[in-house]
Design a protein around this ligand. Structure first.
Ligand SMILES: Nc1ncnc2c1ncn2[C@@H]1O[C@H](COP(=O)(O)OP(=O)(O)OP(=O)(O)O)[C@@H](O)[C@H]1O
Length: 222
């Protein structure tokens, strides 16, 4: 589903954030991406979403070489990917429904399909019935679930998360991880960047460790 082939990234005026990274993620695999602050975790995720371009090397997502995508193909590429952020980046003046529906409206879904998919996405994260609420009326854990519902509403093949449990206590973090596992169980490929070593250790999943832009260790779990 994902292949990095000797990928390097140097930001203009900056040092090399990634320095020749290679790995593959199978379809339906779940893995953690970890490493010190500044190791290159967010950069790696941004390259997959084409928020940044590599300086060297090739990235394949769903068989597509991202270097070969034209600007007009980028929105279609992004629809294959759901993204969850630490601060969930919800629109606080909009309802839960509006927040989750946003990717569908951008993709041009009609209102009926939109309503059906938003309900299914909210159901999958255990928040059915909260459509009319504003994010500010929800707990931190619920807000993060809204962020996950928005990430999966398009039924993406690949789910990326950048510190998705950064602001949550251990119990809520575990609940969020259970949700990611459920998506993996239905065939979604999941890659989670996190500092939370105790959380990773509680889960029997592959671990990619980055250090100064290189893969220090790729620990598979069988
Ligand atoms: N837009 C940018 N311009 C210049 N340098 C950048 C930019 N984004 C990241 N960097 C640098 O690239 C390196 C890797 O950053 P990145 O955010 O990918 O690391 P990270 O592992 O996600 O860190 P953290 O855990 O702190 O979020 C760092 O040295 C960072 O300062």
């Amino acid at each position: 589903m994902v292949r990095f082939d000797q990928v390097a990234k140097r930001y203009s005026g900056g040092k090399e954030a990634l320095a020749g990274v290679s790995f593959e993620l199978e379809r339906g695999e779940m893995a953690f991406l970890t490493g010190h602050s500044g190791a290159g975790k967010s950069t790696l995720l941004k390259l997959m979403m084409l928020m940044e371009r590599p300086s060297r090397g090739q990235i394949f997502v769903d068989g597509q070489n991202l270097n070969r995508l034209t600007p007009s193909q980028i929105p279609y590429h992004r629809r294959k990917i759901g993204v969850v952020f630490q601060n969930h980046q919800l629109l606080f003046d909009r309802t839960v429904y509006d927040n989750v529906a946003l990717p569908l409206l951008i993709a041009g879904y009609n209102h009926m399909d939109c309503a059906r998919r938003v309900r299914a996405a909210l159901d999958s994260v255990g928040l059915l019935g909260l459509e009319g609420r504003k994010p500010v009326e929800l707990s931190g854990g619920e807000q993060q679930r809204v962020g996950i519902a928005r990430a999966v509403v398009n039924k993406p093949a690949l789910l990326l998360a950048d510190e998705p449990t950064g602001n949550l206590d251990p119990d809520l973090s575990e609940e969020i991880m259970d949700l990611f596992m459920r998506f993996q169980q239905v065939g979604v490929t999941v890659l989670i960047a996190t500092h939370d070593i105790s959380l990773i250790e509680s889960m029997n999943k592959r671990r990619l460790i980055l250090e100064h832009g290189m893969i220090l260790e790729d620990r598979h779990v069988f």
